[in-house]
Design a protein around this ligand. Sequence first.
Ligand code: PPS
Length: 284
Amino acid sequence: FEDLCVQYRGIPLPREGYSEDLKFFEEFNFKDDDILIVTYPKSGTTWMQEVLTLVLNGGDLTPFQTIPSWQRVPWVEIKSMVEHVEQLKSPRPLSTHFPCNLMPSSFLTSKAKVIYVLRNPKDVLVSSYYFHHMAVFLEDPGTLDEFIEKFLKGRVIFGKWTDHVKSWKCAELGDRILFITYEEMIQDLPAGVRRVSNFVGRNLSEEVIQKVADNCSFKSMKDNKMSNYSTVPKETLDFDKSPFMRKGIAGDWKNHFTSEQQALFTSAIRKELEGESFTLPWSL
Ligand code: PPS
């Protein structure tokens, strides 16, 4: 694990794409009209990148069909993405997997908006487990028991899930932050698209909202080369092991966790969140 990760201010980052020296990120200049998608990995980042692209373009499918998602909504903490960030027109759609306490100072002084996508951590864990099999740059996850232990201890990329959620829930960003869950988008995607479009100040017609939702369905994104990561070389993502767009459902953990694993996981997460002033949108 240590060989494959770099440590940055207490959290492990994948060596692929990241370095300990994040000076360029620390000096990143957030603009007031930036829109930042924030996620713990495997929570629905790519999904929200597609929704936001289409919302900001009023349903125009061209960028969605011609430019890979990571160029349209680049990660601010990855150096090779700087050139893509520089090409963006305002309002700039951006992504990050970082906890709030590691954001550069310009973020806090700006009025940049945040869309935080939250997913049930048991499904995050299962999705991440498969991703560790396909991502050649990550360590073998071992058995599910072993992976659960690593996940709960934060011996995974971007550290503990609970620390990530706490950092953003406690950030007191007021109406600068929208919390939206993966599960609510599964249940009613047009309603999720409407929440996003209202939040970013785009008044879209019901017809356009429906068009965005149709194009952001799991099936449609799985078939779109610009959002399914199939253009990434096999030396980085091995699609023979697992697809990136794997299952796209809520509750897949029930097909993987034993009742002992479920009890252990739930009590560990509850303990980590004891005394916090926020509640999670689902019972664990
Ligand atoms: S990453 O690597 O952090 O950027 O991954 P991320 O995009 O956050 O998460 C990948 C999971 O999101 C699922 N996904 C979707 N689910 C439903 N509908 C749509 N349109 C959709 N797009 C992506 C993807 O399948 C991964 O979840 P799992 O459970 O592995 O299928």
